[in-house]
Design a protein around this ligand. Structure first.
Ligand code: GLV
Ligand code: GLV
Length: 325
């Protein structure tokens, strides 16, 4: 018998085809996130759950089906899943690492350009019919070429930032929980810096840490204050890594020059004043949003889900204490 899988929201066509061929699929056909009660109802009687970062998979949800074998998250981040509870119940939890690193790094770059070269402000200005011709002092921004980039977190996505930065002749500082060995730093052309120092020296601070207890509000009022007044903050990681209220204040009072944000503390709600700030570029969590990347994420998520359903160790297991014996 094919495994029973519940999918919380439609995936790209190639993934849907695979799922229909290789599982007994039930799914949410509506283009919206499910409520907790709908999630619990959908989980009844299935072997595997294929879910999104917008689904909160807490202890109650995990406990709703005692035969659930795997939670396959269609994302690299898995802060939406209660990992301890899943481990306690011996449910495998998986993510989709690697395949979205380039797309997400590209998005960080898009935000850097958009905010520092004032592309979005300029677009609004042109569309408003206010442009009266080239002017020497119009919408002056900051050069990315030759600037200093500070990478906060050096996982796969953080690392994908490095070759892009080299292409723009940037100096690259990084801060990470664990430091690389010096030979590797030399090879990559990056320098380690403590967070305080990185914040003080960087023209662009780009966040690439996972969200955890340790990284919640990592960028707070005090740390924003350590940045240069000419510097930009770029966030393609997770919203709660930044204290959004403190960020709004820093943007309003020009403590920093601007921010390019793809993620927010309470998506899809934003700190209200953000909507009016000209020095912020706001994107609706598009880091992995390309056709190719979402299709690759689908492939990985399906392989992980099928392996878990079959009682095998999935390739991208994130709860290491899971026991497949
Ligand atoms: C997107 O935010 C992801 O974690 O894949
Ligand atoms: C994502 O793939 C990361 O580890 O940063």
């Amino acid at each position: 018998d094919l495994p029973k899988i519940f999918l919380t929201r439609e995936l790209p066509p190639s993934s849907m085809k695979q799922l229909r061929e290789r599982s007994q699929l039930t799914m949410n056909h509506e283009d919206r996130a499910l409520t907790k009660q709908e999630l619990i109802a959908g989980l009844q009687g299935v072997d595997g759950l294929l879910c999104q970062l917008t689904d909160i998979i807490d202890d109650e949800v995990l406990g709703a089906n005692p035969n659930l074998k795997v939670v396959s998250n269609f994302a690299v981040g898995f802060n939406n899943v209660d990992i301890a509870s899943a481990s306690k119940r011996n449910i495998a939890v998986t993510n989709t690492p690697g395949v979205l690193s380039d797309s997400t790094a590209d998005m960080a770059w898009a935000l850097m350009f958009a905010v520092a070269r004032r592309v979005v402000e300029g677009d609004r200005f042109v569309r408003a019919g206010r442009w009266e011709g080239w002017a020497p002092l119009q919408y002056l921004g900051l050069d990315i070429s030759g600037a200093t980039l500070g990478l906060v977190g050096l996982g796969r996505i953080g690392r994908a930032m490095i070759p892009r930065a080299m292409g723009f002749n940037m100096k690259v500082l990084y801060w990470n929980r664990t430091r690389m060995d010096i030979a590797e730093e030399h090879e990559l052309g990056v320098e380690y810096a403590e967070l305080d120092e990185l914040l003080a020296q960087s023209d662009f601070v780009s966040l690439h840490v996972a969200l955890s207890e340790g990284t919640k509000h990592l960028i707070n009022e005090q740390r924003l204050g350590q940045m240069k007044p000419t510097a930009y903050l770029i966030n393609t990681a997770r919203g709660p890594v930044v204290d959004e209220k403190a960020l709004v204040q820093a943007l309003q009072s020009n403590v920093i020059a601007g921010a390019g944000l793809d993620v927010f503390e309470n998506e899809p709600k934003l700190e209200p004043a953000l909507y009016d700030l000209e020095n912020a570029v706001l994107a609706p969590h598009l880091g992995s949003a390309t056709i190719a990347t979402r299709s690759k994420m689908g492939e990985l998520a399906i392989e992980n889900c099928l392996a878990g359903c079959a009682g095998k160790r999935p390739p991208n297991l994130v709860n290491p204490d899971y026991d497949d014996a």
